[in-house]
Design a protein around this ligand. Structure first.
Ligand SMILES: Cc1cc2nc3c(=O)[nH]c(=O)nc-3n(C[C@H](O)[C@H](O)[C@H](O)COP(=O)(O)O)c2cc1C
Length: 288
């Protein structure tokens, strides 16, 4: 919201585990804790039984869109046939697709990879998805077992696009305005482009797309500084002590402004008090 240009935000996945939904996950999707105009909660589940409590929660919060994660490659999830771990099992996906028919007030979508083990898995799965009542599919064209290692496979995305009968969204390795324009030119009928790490690195990326113009590094630095200061103002009264606040703020710097000189990022990530953190952040902005 600080920069604009984003049409919809998808939450990190919410899961049902050991008979419960973590209270942190519940807080994160509660309406009262969210202000963006279109927030789509995402769930991860292998069976209708796991899906049910998650959908009840989201229905109670009056969401009418839900995304189903079939792309997560974290081994702890995939081992339980969650996320990309479900991709080699069209029968299990079919059970989930039957279950969603019981929630007519919700528009469902799926976020997926090409497969877990090999790039043909989507071919066996797609008929199940094409027959399901989905609003769209987001394809991140990698394999689950690759995690993030190899580049996204745009050629295989093209093959998927010709067979997929739902509106399709592209995701993967979009870092610049030029990257967006290239995907858009090659796939003019896409329903959208989803950006993950690229938006964390450059929070102005979606805005740049809307304006068809990149921000100068000076403009970017000024806007990121404003965003950072606003986040600090909001978070500091809520989070107690150095540890909690630093635990929330420092992770942004794993991705933010990749062009920054290494030593400034290192100083931010190494800081162990708020004072040291703020000094390191000021130095980073001043020298960007
Ligand atoms: C640390 C981390 C956590 C992620 N968590 C989720 C998630 O909860 N749900 C999801 O759909 N994708 C998740 N992703 C994957 C991204 O949404 C995206 O599909 C992937 O990073 C490729 O797109 P990108 O190159 O634009 O980042 C995560 C990625 C990373 C690196």
């Amino acid at each position: 919201m600080y920069f604009g240009g984003v049409d919809a935000y998808f939450t990190p996945f919410v899961r049902y585990e050991h008979g419960e939904i973590r209270s942190k996950d519940i807080r994160d999707v509660e309406r009262k804790n969210n202000t963006v105009p279109r927030l789509v909660p995402q769930i991860i589940a292998a069976t209708p039984e796991e899906m049910h409590p998650l959908l009840s929660l989201l229905q109670n919060e009056e969401y009418n869109e839900v995304d189903i994660n079939m792309g997560c490659s974290f081994p702890l999830q995939a081992r339980k046939k969650h996320g990309a771990g479900i991709l080699p099992h069209p029968d299990m996906v079919a059970r989930l697709m039957d279950e969603i028919k019981k929630y007519p007030s919700i528009k469902f979508s799926v976020k997926m990879r090409l497969g877990w083990e090999n790039k043909n898995e989507w071919r066996a799965l797609l008929p199940v998805l094409n027959n399901a009542p989905l609003a769209h599919i987001t394809m991140h064209p990698r394999l689950g077992r690759e995690q993030y290692k190899l580049p996204a496979d745009v050629e295989e995305f093209a093959a998927f696009a010709t067979e997929c009968s739902h509106p399709l969204i592209y995701n993967g390795d979009i870092l610049t305005l030029h990257d967006i324009e290239q995907i858009e030119a090659r796939f003019p009928t896409l329903d959208g482009i989803m950006i993950g790490r690229g938006l964390l690195a450059n929070p102005a990326l979606a805005l740049e797309y809307c304006q068809r113009k990149e921000l100068t590094s000076r403009e970017l630095c000024g806007r990121v500084r404003e965003m950072h200061d606003a986040m600090y103002q909001v978070m500091s009264p809520r989070l107690q002590g150095n540890t909690q606040l630093l635990g929330k703020l420092k992770p942004y710097w794993e991705y933010l402004m990749p062009a920054m000189e290494k030593r400034y990022r290192k100083a931010i990530l190494k800081s162990n008090t708020i004072d040291k953190y703020m000094q390191a952040v000021s130095a980073a902005f001043a020298n960007y």
